[in-house]
Design a protein around this ligand. Structure first.
Ligand code: 13P
Length: 252
């Protein structure tokens, strides 16, 4: 685990203003554990309010359009996200790749547009269950990665990768710790091959059924620098259990 683990909550399509109380409580938890970098990605509609309510944690978005602006009904540009108070954006989540047919090329252009306006990027990659069963997990993930990494100026700064096996998302199933380590090492190799020495600094997060009771062992796997958390980030109580595990401290 890196010196300052990065624990990010992805609220997906959950949350109305009533959930700002959870965001405030998560912010307080983040303040109590400054050795952990905590962030939340609420839906677009809550970014501005979450940024205003939270003093310490990072606030980001779950997607952006690659263009600077224009005739794209219903879409949101990276510059708009920054203006709303976002500091980073998640791109290439498997739910976007599957629900919206997002290609690696599109994901790369989204990541590049985000870096252009100074947003951090969390780029998601992950194999399906059939691909893992066929012994192709590493090949698939590395091909996704190589084709979707941002390549514009400053791309590698503020870039994180999230390895999220599709079959582990929302299922309660997680890969073995050995499989997580092997995949993170393979991702690290590709990052260094692409970006040189700077690739060694990119954080690699694990995502997929991270819960308070498995967070410590997953976060202790070599090359795991943090976690991207879905369901267990929706309440401050369960997210706190993961923040605490990342802090390496005991419950207070
Ligand atoms: P769960 O933690 O609910 O499995 O979701 C993981 C995820 O998709 C985070 O982006």
């Amino acid at each position: 685990m890196s010196l300052r683990p990065y624990i990010v909550g992805n609220w997906k399509m959950h949350g109305t203003r009533a959930m700002l109380a959870e965001a405030r409580a998560i912010d307080r938890a983040g303040q109590r554990h400054p050795k952990v970098e905590v962030a939340l990605a609420p839906p677009f509609t809550l970014i501005h309010a979450t940024r205003k309510e939270a003093e310490q944690i990072g606030v980001g978005a779950q997607d952006c359009h690659p263009a600077d602006g224009g005739a794209h009904t219903g879409d949101v540009s990276a510059a708009m996200l920054a203006d709303a108070g976002a500091g980073f954006v998640i791109v290439g989540h498997s739910e976007r790749r599957n629900d919206h047919g997002e290609t690696n090329e599109l994901v790369r252009s989204k990541a590049e547009s985000a870096r252009k306006v100074g947003l951090g990027v969390i780029l998601c990659v992950g194999e399906s269950e059939a691909e893992r069963d066929a012994g192709r997990a590493e090949e698939v993930v590395c091909a996704q990665l190589e084709a979707s990494l941002p390549m514009n100026q400053g791309a590698v700064e503020k870039l994180s990768i999230a390895y999220e096996p599709v079959w582990a998302i929302g299922t309660g199933r997680v890969p073995s710790l050995e499989d997580i380590e092997a995949m993170h090492r393979a991702i690290r190799e590709r990052l260094v091959a692409t970006y040189g020495e700077e690739g060694a600094e990119v954080r690699i997060l694990y995502g997929g059924s991270v819960k308070p009771d498995n967070a410590a062992e997953i976060l202790n796997v070599p090359e795991v620098d943090g976690a991207l958390v879905g369901g267990a980030s929706l309440t401050a109580e369960s997210f706190y259990g993961i923040i605490l595990a990342a802090s390496g401290e005991n419950a207070d």
